[in-house]
Write a protein that binds this ligand. Structure first.
Ligand code: AMP
Ligand code: MG
Length: 406
């Protein structure tokens, strides 16, 4: 059985990221939020576009203001958004404001606090540095150079940069398609009155949300009964229509656990059958080498907690890598555990809870209630998984623990 690190590395290696030419679409700036850039963006504009003032004050010639105080003639006022009309001659100054374009002939700004004004004259009280408070054209960015690189997600700063650069349309990766199916004779939809023994298919909702939160398109295929023919048909359809398939249930060793056999019949190569983790030990990962379009199959345990923990731990980095994101590795940090954390010794154990901060220091607070993988109720508000390593019985309250952010 693979350990968690081996499984993670193997899964990431199996991922075929979306293609930088075939798997892209053009989007408008207004709807680009959270999309992933597929091509380098460059701008035809320099930043700043013009030499401009960083402060309210006076544009001057440095040569005129080396021996202060000195009186200069104000020949123009330059509000923001206006092109200066005059070229400064020796002995002249222009009133200027933050962001206003520098007039020709001026090379330095004197802030208004260091001046005294008298109608069309200004006394410069204190010598500035050469070029002080001038933002030079192209000092932030030179037109034509790469501005944003492929593989980054578009958030608020990137939106601002793209807008400022007047990039109103650009290429992003298409959203990965993720088929989701729930297997089990006991499953019903949330709107069905429960007969004895029936269970609501909560995984369909959990996994669809998880997929959407990761920027992918969920393709919900519903509940499939534990019948080989029906299951085979649905899985066959899923693997041709999706980049990733997530099925829950049917991968342990129960009599009705048909998924692995069916994957084999459909030409699947099984790379992972189980991982030494708790929860989530039964985990099937398969690829379909005979299929033209790559598909990564995850057969996930049916227990609602195991299902989500497996998604967070193993599917999430794979999905991010497939999406084209360059930063897809799971994020681990060290936190102090508020509670005692018990491990399963023979398996790396994940305990769900919340990462909080106490006086700036990260702390992990274990979820309350039963740690049964069937107890989905206490999974609410989970933001992190704490890890008790293989071979360790427990981590005492107050000790440090590695925590994965989800
Ligand atoms: P399995 O992995 O199929 O053996 O299922 C393990 C447990 O998880 C059983 O108690 C199932 O009833 C439950 N389960 C399986 N699939 C789902 C699902 N889609 N939603 C909620 N619970 C499920
Ligand atoms: Mg089942």
């Amino acid at each position: 059985m693979l350990n968690a690190q081996e499984a993670e590395a193997l899964i990431l290696e199996l991922v075929c990221p979306l293609h930088r030419e075939r798997d892209v679409e053009t989007v408008d700036l207004g709807v680009a939020r959270d999309r992933i850039l597929a091509a380098t963006v460059a701008s035809q504009l320099d930043f700043p576009h013009w030499d401009n003032s960083a402060m309210d004050g006076y544009a001057v010639r440095y040569a005129d203001v080396q021996d202060c105080p000195v009186v200069l003639e104000i020949v123009e006022e330059i509000p923001a958004g206006v092109q200066p009309k005059k070229s400064l001659q020796s002995g002249q100054a222009a009133r200027i404001f933050t962001g206003s374009v520098m007039p020709n002939g001026a090379d330095t700004i004197v802030i208004q606090e260091n001046t005294q004004r008298d109608r069309d004259r200004v006394t410069i009280l204190q010598s500035p540095q050469f070029q002080e408070f001038v933002r030079q054209r192209a000092s932030f960015y030179n037109a034509g150079n790469p501005l944003l690189s492929p593989g980054i997600a578009i958030g608020a700063p990137e939106m601002a940069i793209l807008a400022a650069a007047q990039c109103t349309q650009f290429q992003v990766y298409r959203r990965p398609r993720v088929a989701i199916l729930s297997t089990g004779d006991e499953l019903v939809t949330p709107d069905s009155p429960l007969q004895p023994g029936q269970i609501v298919d909560s995984n369909q909702y959990a996994l669809s949300t998880f997929v959407a939160q990761n920027g992918a398109l969920p393709l919900p295929l519903g509940i499939v009964r534990d019948r080989a023919e029906q299951l085979k048909q649905t899985i066959a359809q899923a693997i041709i229509s999706a980049d990733i398939v997530l099925s829950t249930g049917g991968v342990s060793v129960g009599e009705y656990d048909l998924v692995d056999r069916i994957l084999g019949e459909l030409g699947g190569e099984l790379h992972v059958r189980s991982v030494a983790v708790k929860p989530g030990k039964p985990l099937t990962v398969a690829t379909f080498p005979h299929q033209k379009h790559p598909c990564l199959y995850f057969g996930i345990p049916g227990n609602p907690v195991s299902a989500l923990v497996s998604c967070w731990r193993f599917v999430q980095p794979a999905l991010k890598k497939l999406s084209g994101l360059s930063n897809y590795q799971p994020q681990w940090i060290i936190a102090r555990s508020r509670d005692e954390l018990r491990g399963a010794v023979k398996r790396e154990t994940y305990l769900w809870g919340q990462l909080t901060f106490l006086e700036g220091k990260p702390e992990f607070a274990l979820a309350r209630g039963s740690k049964s993988s069937g107890n989905l109720i206490d999974l609410a508000q989970t933001t992190a998984l704490a890890r008790v390593p293989l071979g360790e019985k427990s981590i005492a309250a107050g000790e440090e623990v590695w925590v994965m952010l989800i």
